[in-house]
Design a protein around this ligand. Structure first.
Ligand code: IPE
Ligand code: IPE
Ligand code: MG
Length: 248
């Protein structure tokens, strides 16, 4: 991997990589383990990846889809386990995030999370505010449609209070009111586990993202898999609706 890693680094890594971390349940089932054991293995994969990116890659922004707005529909025991696991993940890595210059942000409807977890999140966001090495966003209770809906509500409130005129409603005005306002759009969206859908992830923000799908189940997703995804990304031509070359 090291030669590929060197090549990928010198070719310029994407600024923002967003990952739909899917396949924990299938990973566990294949081993005769409980789904919760799959989620624990998934958390270890996330830890491994964040460390690798922070130290080795030079990606500026990473977003991890950890719990969707629709995941509330899972059995309560699994929801409770997942939220407790994520709460612990953030709390236990706080010192490491600060020491590594990792700035944590959370997108999603934080108000739906257990109050203790809201405190963990608020403390981590505040404590890591000065981090400049890597911007890590965790999507919790996040849905793209809900994000856009909240932006509409914020716009209407601003219009009602005279801070914004109807003629000022632009793409930029909407983008500034999304949960991701402080973060550039993802350049590369990766989904593991063989599924090829967004499942309501960053819908607005991914308008021109490059998509990468792999059959690897999330707990098995390694730094080498990430390097392969970036290598694939670097071979693509992003046109943004324009023409590649103006021919004579
Ligand atoms: C991803 O793994 C974790 C979350 C969605 C929270 P899954 O739990 O969706 O695993 P599969 O898709 O059932 O294998
Ligand atoms: C998407 O995975 C959400 C996360 C990875 C957090 P799901 O497993 O919930 O998505 P579906 O249900 O297969 O679309
Ligand atoms: Mg899944």
């Amino acid at each position: 991997m090291s030669t590929l890693l060197e090549r990928v680094k010198s070719a310029g890594v994407p600024r923002h990589v967003a990952i739909i971390m899917d396949g924990n349940g299938r990973w566990a089932r294949a081993r005769g383990l409980s789904r919760t054991a799959g989620h624990e293995a998934g958390a270890r994969a996330a830890e491994r990846l964040v460390r690798f990116i922070g130290h080795r890659l030079g990606i500026a922004y990473i977003t991890l889809f950890a719990f969707s707005a629709e995941n509330w529909g899972r059995p309560k025991a699994e929801v409770d386990f997942l939220l407790a696991l994520l709460d612990r993940f953030i709390a236990e890595h706080l010192r490491e995030f600060v020491d590594s210059g990792i700035r944590l942000r959370v997108v999603g409807d934080v108000s739906t999370l257990p109050i203790t977890m809201q405190r963990t999140v608020a403390k981590a966001v505040e404590t890591t505010r000065g981090g400049t090495n890597l911007n890590l966003t965790i999507a919790l209770s996040y849905g793209g449609r809900q994000d856009i809906t909240r932006a509409c509500q914020r716009i209407l409130a601003d219009v009602a209070e005279g801070r914004l005129g109807a003629e000022d409603v632009s793409e930029e005005a909407i983008a500034r009111r999304l949960d991701t306002a402080e973060t550039p759009d993802p350049d590369l969206v990766i989904r593991t586990s063989g599924e090829r859908r967004f499942s309501n992830f960053l819908l607005w923000q991914s308008a021109y993202a490059e998509l990468y799908f792999t059959d690897v189940l999330w707990p098995d997703f390694s730094p080498a898999d990430l390097v392969r995804a970036i290598d694939d990304f670097q071979k693509r031509e992003r046109r943004f609706g324009a023409v590649a070359e103006v021919a004579g």
